[in-house]
Design a binder for this molecule. Structure first.
Ligand SMILES: [Zn+2]
Length: 128
């Protein structure tokens, strides 16, 4: 008798937002009410927006730093120095292995990066 009761209780879904049991409606309902559904979805979108903003500002910082290296005649820069200036080596818009070089891009600026240095920093011509 008690086991049947427990089984039945386990099948009652709980609201993804507030954790309340969802006693009415379809068994695949995820929220107890519209308020909870909206709150939950808004929070997910907020996280995505926050993440996207963070990555975009890191890319902007990288772009600023790389722009400062384009055309200066400085063929190479120490990665640690760049990191001290706020460069994020792991944040790139593309990566390709060309021959024995790791070629990265930050939008229309391309560069080769090793564990310790970046070099051959240049603007890509006719970038679309
Ligand atoms: Zn709820």
């Amino acid at each position: 008798m008690l086991m049947d009761y427990e089984k039945r209780m386990r099948r009652i879904p709980t609201c993804l937002e507030c954790g309340d049991k969802i006693r009415y409606g379809r068994t695949d309902k995820k929220f107890c009410c519209d308020d909870c559904r909206m709150k939950y979805n808004n929070n997910i979108h907020k996280e995505v927006r926050t993440y996207r903003r963070k990555v975009m500002s890191m890319l902007a910082r990288n772009y600023e730093i790389l722009s400062g290296l384009v055309g200066t005649g400085l063929d190479s820069a120490d990665l640690q120095d760049l990191e001290l200036k706020g460069f994020y080596p792991g944040i790139v818009t593309s990566y390709r292995r060309i021959g024995k070089h790791d070629v990265f891009c930050c939008f229309d600026i391309k560069y080769i990066m090793t564990r310790t240095r970046i070099y051959s920093v240049m603007k890509i011509k006719n970038f679309q």
